[in-house]
Design a protein around this ligand. Structure first.
Ligand code: MG
Length: 247
């Protein structure tokens, strides 16, 4: 390691074993950043991401009752086929998730019946997928809502048929001895626009019920994608499990 890169005669940082500008503090791991997607071409994941779906391979997922995924896979995307939700085999907790989706180009239905799907963090907390372009529904169920809890700060929808992105930072809730000690939090960017700024979730999301944390669950779970009967497409899905600073 290079010498004299920092200081050891500076004040200690609070709740830390490091001085301000401490030369011995561990260096951050090096990650090669990914690239952005265009409508035509999905981008690349950062070098340390777990690629969950690359446009062809669904081997990291299971369908109904743990069987193989029956969604249609073609042309670099997978599409909901009324065969049930799918979820990852691997479980994740705190994470950064990137996922791209497109509502059907041919508009059918209205309100919740138009391009409905959903991204469920740890299998329980839904960020709504919906064709919310020029489509009115209840605010806490529109595109990018935390379903039944928070409308997005703004509606940043692209037109039906166009690829859209969610970038989500999720903090799983924490229970100790079946008692909630930390709720879940979510930060969400929709097409690069912040739509949730570390909102405190009220509990697992649901339909027509008041969410709560009464039922303890573990800090990890599968990433689940909802089959709501509409042929929504997904591509370029990657996740980075998050932990704190090294040391
Ligand atoms: Mg949904």
């Amino acid at each position: 390691m290079a010498k004299n890169i920092g200081y050891d005669d500076t004040p200690m940082l609070p709740d830390s074993k490091w001085h301000v500008h401490d030369g011995k503090r561990p260096q951050p791991r090096v990650v090669t950043p990914g690239t952005c997607s265009t409508q035509e071409t999905p981008g690349k994941a950062p070098s340390d991401a777990v690629v969950l779906f690359d446009g062809k391979d669904t081997s990291k997922w299971v369908g109904k009752d743990g069987g193989p995924v029956q969604w249609k896979v073609e042309n670099g995307y997978m599409e909901v086929t009324r065969t049930g939700n799918i979820q990852t085999k691997e479980h994740f907790g705190d994470c950064q998730l990137h996922i791209e989706w497109a509502a059907p180009a041919e508009v059918k239905g209205e309100s919740q019946g138009r391009g409905n799907s959903g991204v469920f963090l740890i299998g329980k907390y839904e960020i709504q997928v919906l064709d919310g372009y020029d489509n009115i529904t209840y605010a806490d169920g529109i595109t990018a809502s935390v379903y039944g809890e928070y409308p997005p700060l703004v509606n940043a929808c692209r037109k039906p048929g166009e690829w859209q992105t969610y970038d989500i930072v999720f903090e799983a809730p924490l229970y100790e001895d079946d008692k909630l000690v930390k709720p879940a939090y979510a930060t969400v960017f929709h097409n690069g626009v912040v739509v949730h700024n570390r909102v405190e979730l009220l509990g697992p999301t649901g339909h027509r019920n008041l969410p709560n944390y009464d039922t303890p669950h573990g800090p990890e779970g599968p990433l689940m994608l909802q089959d709501h009967g509409d042929p929504v497409r997904y591509r370029n899905i990657w996740i980075r499990p998050l932990k704190g600073y090294d040391e």
